[in-house]
Design a protein around this ligand. Structure first.
Ligand code: HEM
Ligand code: HEM
Length: 193
């Protein structure tokens, strides 16, 4: 990759945020689906593990929320990297919409989770990575609201999976079929000029 291409790509901060958040989100998607089974298990050891996993899930999900706000600021300041000339107007619009969708999800998904636990009649606290108690939103106890937020949370999680499939498919198409630099410029710069 030429140095010109590197300059027209993403900053180290953007790249670090992209991959750290991708790991956190993928972990939370997988963990979220495992959670339900563990919490409903008749085995107390499974339920105990489920409770520990919920704390980890909530902590990393709230970290995603904070990082998403930082990332939004970084993106507004830096702007997006320009697209390769071969991309059609439709492809560019689709790429922008996917990225916009991710920003909405990175904020909306954890926010729905936060509303769900804040309004839950169960009233469990959120211990952020065991360090301090993360405050609840001032929703008060509201079973109906908690259930609705839970449904939105689940729906958005499916939306994230759909968008992710599209996104990864597009990244691999750029790399293997179009043979452009779109994937390369989002990879960590270790060992590159
Ligand atoms: C990137 C952020 C997040 C992702 C991708 C994510 C994903 C998921 C998924 C896929 C599930 C299983 C489907 C469901 O039952 O809804 C789930 C469940 C759950 N999530 Fe999240 N979540 C995130 C953030 C949060 C946050 C910030 C909280 C709370 C502060 C939270 C609280 C919960 C709880 C309590 C459940 C279990 C619901 C139940 O089984 O009744 N999540 N999450
Ligand atoms: C949940 C996981 C992921 C999320 C939320 C996500 C989100 C995003 C967002 C919002 C952008 C726009 C640039 C930015 O604002 O940082 C982006 C760019 C990019 N992502 Fe992801 N991504 C995820 C996973 C992946 C994976 C697994 C791959 C690799 C196969 C990938 C490859 C790329 C590439 C190549 C770009 C640059 C596209 C361009 O320059 O227009 N992403 N991603």
């Amino acid at each position: 990759m030429s140095s010109t291409a590197a300059r027209s790509g993403y900053s180290a901060v953007s790249i670090a945020l992209h991959w750290l958040m991708a790991l956190l989100i993928l972990g939370n998607l997988a963990g979220g689906f495992v959670l339900g089974g563990l919490l409903d298990s008749p085995d107390p050891a499974d339920r105990q593990l489920g409770f520990r996993l919920v704390q980890l899930h909530k902590s990393s999900g709230l970290l995603v929320l904070v990082l998403a706000l930082v990332r939004l600021l970084v993106r507004l300041v830096e702007g997006f990297a320009p697209y390769p000339a071969h991309m059609t107007a439709t492809e560019r619009t689709l790429a922008r919409l996917t990225h916009l969708g991710f920003y909405l999800l990175m904020i909306g998904l954890p926010l729905a989770g936060w509303v769900m636990v804040s309004s839950s009649p169960l009233g469990f606290p959120t211990l952020w990575f065991g360090l301090f108690e993360w405050p609840h939103l001032p929703t008060g106890t509201d079973k109906a609201l908690s259930e609705q937020a839970g449904e939105v949370h689940e729906l958005l999680a499916y939306g994230a999976i759909a968008l992710l499939l599209l996104h990864v498919g597009a990244a691999l198409k750029h790399h293997w079929f179009d043979r452009d630099e779109v994937l390369a410029r989002m990879l960590p710069r270790v060992g590159r000029p």
